[in-house]
Design a protein around this ligand. Structure first.
Ligand SMILES: Cc1cc2nc3c(=O)[nH]c(=O)nc-3n(C[C@H](O)[C@H](O)[C@H](O)COP(=O)(O)O)c2cc1C
Length: 218
């Protein structure tokens, strides 16, 4: 290498505010990166995200969930409203999610308040789920409760499978399965580089439709 050549390969080009789809609104940037993650064959579940919730007394917990949709009001996911996360969200609506797409060396963090969707809206999302997932949800009375063994689970699953063997019969949404939307107050887009000079661009909501955008240190 030429001694005067100080360039270091970073894997990806620098990501600056000028590269944002919009500097006024984080949603177009989210959609842009999400589309690239969907189109990347090496990312099997691009809509999987770690969801962090917190009890009223500030004890955190985290688990993976699937983003069902990114709508105009935020990120939608579905779960059992009486699960651990459901109960935590009932007492503390603040939540945070993170997507990590290693093949693109990208992370998106979103923070905001949760709003539970109506039964009608939740039913609409339930209908879009795969049949095996609908069977599972209909066969598990409560998520996150202790059970004796796996046989109990299998028996309930098979019973529900037989009940809905005719696939033309729709499976009704159980009352405990609900949709939630995270209404974002903050988005952080991180592009990692092999030289560790990570680009972190953060949008913070100022009002319903205005956002500030800034760069953070890695
Ligand atoms: C890739 C992946 C996606 C998941 N998606 C969901 C989901 O969309 N909804 C859900 O309730 N659980 C989902 N789970 C299971 C959760 O991670 C978790 O085990 C479950 O919701 C119970 O969490 P809780 O006890 O903290 O409420 C998923 C797990 C994995 C590994």
């Amino acid at each position: 290498m030429d001694a005067t050549d100080t360039s270091i390969s970073t894997g990806y080009p620098d990501f600056t505010k000028d590269d944002l789809v919009s500097q006024d609104d984080p949603y177009p940037q989210f959609h842009h990166w999400f589309k690239q993650a969907v189109e990347c064959d090496a990312i099997p579940i691009p809509n999987s995200m770690a969801l962090a919730t917190c009890t009223a007394s500030a004890i955190p917990s985290v688990r993976m969930v699937l983003m069902t949709e990114m709508g105009p009001n935020g990120l939608v996911f579905c779960t059992d409203q009486y699960s651990r996360k459901g109960r935590e969200l009932e007492e503390n609506p603040n939540a945070s999610v993170v997507f990590y797409w290693k093949p693109l060396d990208r992370q998106i963090r979103v923070e905001g308040k949760i709003r539970k969707l109506s039964d009608e809206e939740s039913t609409r999302y339930f209908k879009t789920e795969s049949r095996p997932l609908q069977v599972l949800v209909a066969s598990v009375e409560r998520q996150s409760v202790v059970i004796e063994n796996k046989t109990v689970l299998k028996q309930e699953y098979e019973k529900t499978q037989q009940k809905y063997a005719d696939e033309s019969v729709p499976i009704p949404k159980p009352p405990n399965w609900m949709g939630y939307v995270i209404e974002p107050s903050c988005f952080e887009f991180l592009q990692a580089h092999t030289n560790c000079l990570q680009d972190r661009i953060v949008f913070v909501r100022q009002s319903d439709s205005t956002w500030t955008v800034q760069r953070l240190t890695p």
